[in-house]
Design a protein around this ligand. Structure first.
Ligand code: CP
Length: 332
């Protein structure tokens, strides 16, 4: 994306959340600020809006623990009804197409469809098929925007605690994203979100786990030497190896991978003082991250999970509020 494109792009219309690119920095700030207000200490804590007339459908064609449960908790916090679609016990098993499945759920009059699917681009396609707002909860290797938002929120809080004041942005923060970048939708959303907030991102992976091209990615560098990068890293963001997405040769020698790219106890000790560790989960202890590192005081892994509920409540609130305003505007 060029600077000209950035200027030309319109503000987030709050109809869908398909990609971090939809939001632009202002939209990211809107979500983070609302999440701050939802989670703030009384008397600054905002009461979540009441959307008891609204229905949120969670439509997952791939497994999930964190994303599905946090969206469902978030919808409940907003008093919305939750419709939970389980692909394995649905008419998909009788051959119903994706489009017919989504049109059927849309016909119930749901307001938001939170969708996860193994194919990149499904969220965008779904947004063209249905009236409901679409939230991309992970589409293939493409994007997982609410993961990146909850990570920014968590990071901002942790830096605020360290510095005694909440940072406005992440200018100058040195981030290493380490691991299976090629197959990771989290990595794509993370690079867009972190760079939009001013962080300097370095991708660290063996060449088979890098995208075929990173042209246009807003990154500082690509490296295959974690030992070189580690001493200049303020945030080490570790990724899981996505065996389920490997259509090329599988990565079988996990010990060799850990030896060169794992965030081992020994490597984590060489991070600068105050450096933070994140992982989107699920984690494979002893492969991409050592168990003691995952559970260390500077690991934000469980804070990421906790903040997932708040961020998803903020995103749902913004989308549901925009739909309500549109309907009220239409009847005036
Ligand atoms: N990080 C993440 O998307 O986790 P789940 O697959 O458990 O939802």
């Amino acid at each position: 994306m060029t600077k000209t494109d950035v200027v030309a792009m319109p503000r987030w219309d709050r109809r869908n959340l398909l990609s971090i690119e939809d939001l632009r920095p202002e939209g990211i700030r809107d979500v983070l600020d609302l999440a701050d207000r939802l989670q703030g200490e009384p008397p600054t804590r905002a009461t979540p809006e009441d959307f008891h007339h609204a229905t949120v459908a969670t439509v997952f064609f791939e497994n999930s623990t964190r994303t599905r449960l946090s969206f469902e908790l978030a919808a409940q916090q907003l008093s919305a009804k939750v419709l939970n679609f389980n692909a394995d016990s649905s008419s998909v098993k009788k051959g119903e197409s994706l489009r017919d499945t989504l049109s059927t759920i849309d016909a119930f009059g749901v307001d938001v469809i939170v969708i996860r699917h193994a194919s990149s681009g499904v969220a965008v396609q779904a947004s063209r098929w249905v009236n409901a707002a679409i939230i991309n909860a992970g589409d293939g290797q493409h994007e997982h925007p609410t993961q990146a938002l909850l990570d920014l929120f968590t990071l901002r809080q942790a830096l605020g605690t360290q510095r005694g004041v909440m940072p406005e942005d992440l200018t100058g923060l040195r981030v290493a994203i380490v691991g299976d970048i090629r197959h990771s939708r989290v990595a794509r959303s993370e690079v867009l979100a972190l760079s939009a907030m001013g962080a300097h991102v370095t991708l660290v992976a063996p060449s088979p786990l890098l995208p075929t091209s990173v042209e246009g990615w807003p990154i500082e560098a690509v490296s295959s030497d974690l030992d070189h990068v580690i001493a200049n890293t303020d945030l080490c963001y570790v990724l899981r190896i996505q065996h389920e997405r490997m259509v090329e040769a599988r990565l079988d020698d996990l010990d060799a991978y850990r030896h060169r790219f794992g965030l081992t106890l020994e490597r984590a000790a060489r991070l600068p003082e105050g450096a933070l560790i994140m992982h989107p989960g699920p984690i494979n202890r002893g492969v991409e991250i050592d168990s003691l590192v995952a559970d260390a005081p500077n690991s934000l892994i469980l804070a990421q999970v906790r903040n997932g509920v708040t961020i998803r409540a903020a995103v749902l609130s913004l989308l549901l509020g925009a739909r309500r305003d549109e309907i009220q505007g239409a009847v005036k």
